[in-house]
Design a binder for this molecule. Sequence first.
Ligand code: IPD
Ligand code: CA
Ligand code: CA
Ligand code: CA
Length: 257
Amino acid sequence: MDELATKVIDIIYAAAIKIKEQLKTKKLVVSTKSSRTDFVTNIDTQIQGFIIDEFMKANRGYQVLAEEGSYNTLNELTGKVLIIDPIDGTNNLILERQNFCIMVALYENGEGKYGFIYDVMADNLLWGGPEVGVHYNEGKIRSVPNLPLSEGLVGFNSAIYRRNAYRAHQIGDESLGVRMSGCAGYELMNLALGRRVAYISNLQPWDYAAGKVILETLGLKVTNIYGNALKLKDRELFIAATPLAHERILELIDSIK
Ligand code: IPD
Ligand code: CA
Ligand code: CA
Ligand code: CA
């Protein structure tokens, strides 16, 4: 197997062991960030530090973009970039103790090379990229059925759905059902597994960097809500979908104008 990918996977598994130990034996220290529902825990910061340190021991010349602390902005995506969401689904970690992912991506000059999404408590690993294909646990994913919106489930960011922004209820009504897991990584993994036809959200680069590489490798569409390329810079309104569902959702959103 690819040496770089093997290294990242080893780091992710080691990080997952640390998370499980922490959840069993140590106190979870929770702080709020920008709002009443936006949290960071001691696990988020420790795991981010661990992934950066371990990756940098073995690899040089990477810039880092990661959610917590001073790593959360990058002026230029030139060169090699390591993108980390140490805990995706922090609220689930705090309140459910499950349904959260570690996400890591490697980009080069703005192009996705590898993405890794690990559902820690379920022990499911999805990873891949254009040069290595897409892998799920012991298997390989070769393709995803191009189902239309009317033939599958749609994952939503709960605020977008609650507020019925961007025709969310109409999109949901045309589908076979709506799901809101509170974990972008889980939704993006479900898309790769053909268990969703779309995921609509409001995401930062570290929320979608890994998923974008993996889903585009599988021929799925990953854009902003207007159908344009994502910039990997700031928060953006986000759609990942099968080509058919993507087309229909953009038609519905366009009809707002
Ligand atoms: C959040 C989750 C959530 C999504 C939010 C993200 P975090 O990530 O992925 O599903 O709706 O937009 O911020 O903060 O738990 O890493
Ligand atoms: Ca967060
Ligand atoms: Ca996240
Ligand atoms: Ca996070």
